[in-house]
Ligand binder design. Structure first.
Ligand code: ADP
Length: 197
C-alpha cells in the first residue's frame, strides 16, 4: 500500500491534483471537505453541525472528521492506497490517522505540500466561488479566516511529519500539468524505494 497526504492551504490545488493523482496511481481519494459537503447535501445531523462552522471558515471538531475517515478506511479494505486531501488539519488528527493506519499495518508514505502565495490563493478562491456554489468561497473575509487558520493551526501538521522525514514541498504555481509532473516525480521516487526495500 502507498498512502499519501496532499497538503497545502485552501486554494492550493489539492482537489484538482488529487483527481489526476488518483487516476494515475489507482489510489482512493479521501477528502474531508468533500465528505462533509456530502453530509450537508444529505441533510444529516453531522452535516448540519458542520455547515455553520464551514460557512465561517472554522474547523469542524476533530472527533467528527476522524470518525468520518475511520469509517471511510473501513469501507475500502481492498484499496491499493489512500490519498488524503484536507486531512489531517490538526496535530490530533495526524496522530489519530497514524494509529488508524497502524491498525491496518500501513503508514503514510509521504506528505506533498503545495506552496502558493497568499495573493494567488485569494484570487483562485474568489474565482472558484463564482461557479462552485461553495458559500465559503464567496466572502473574502471567510477566505482570509481559512488562510489564517491554515497558518496558525494546520501548518503545524507538516512539522509533525517532518519529524519522520516525510514532507516534501512542491511549488503549487504554474500550469496544472507542470504541478502534476512535480508531484508525480516525488511519488515515483518513493514508490520505487518502498518496493525495493
Ligand atoms: P479548502 O481547503 O479549500 O478550504 P476543504 O474542502 O478542504 O476546502 O474544506 C472546507 C471546510 O471543511 C474547511 O474550511 C473546514 O471547515 C472543513 N474541514 C475540512 N476538512 C477538515 C478537517 N480535516 N478538520 C476540520 N475541518 C475540516
Amino acid at each position: 500500500m502507498f498512502n499519501l497526504i496532499l497538503f497545502g492551504p485552501p486554494g492550493s490545488g489539492k482537489g484538482t491534483q488529487s483527481e489526476k493523482l488518483i487516476d494515475r496511481y489507482g489510489l482512493k481519494h479521501l477528502s474531508t471537505g468533500d465528505l462533509l459537503r456530502s453530509e450537508i447535501a444529505q441533510h444529516t445531523a453531522l452535516g448540519l453541525e458542520a455547515k455553520s462552522l464551514m460557512d465561517k471558515g472554522q474547523l469542524v471538531p476533530d472527533e467528527v472528521v476522524i470518525g468520518m475517515i475511520s469509517s471511510a478506511l473501513d469501507h475500502h479494505p481492498k484499496a491499493k492506497g489512500f490519498l488524503f486531501d484536507g486531512f489531517p488539519r490538526t496535530s490530533a488528527q495526524a496522530e489519530a490517522l497514524d494509529k488508524l493506519l497502524e491498525l491496518k499495518h500501513t503508514s503514510i508514505g509521504v506528505m506533498l505540500a503545495l506552496e502558493v502565495s497568499e495573493q494567488e490563493l485569494i484570487r483562485r478562491l474568489l474565482k472558484r466561488g463564482e461557479t462552485s456554489g461553495r458559500s465559503d468561497d464567496t466572502n473574502e473575509q471567510v477566505i482570509r479566516n481559512r488562510i489564517e487558520l491554515y497558518h496558525n493551526t494546520t501548518a503545524a501538521v507538516a512539522d509533525y511529519y517532518k519529524k519522520f522525514d516525510k514532507v516534501k514541498m512542491v511549488r503549487g504555481e504554474g500550469t496544472i500539468e507542470e504541478i502534476f509532473r512535480s508531484l508525480a516525480k516525488e511519488i515515483d521516487l518513493r514508490i520505487q524505494s518502498s518496493v525495493s526495500q
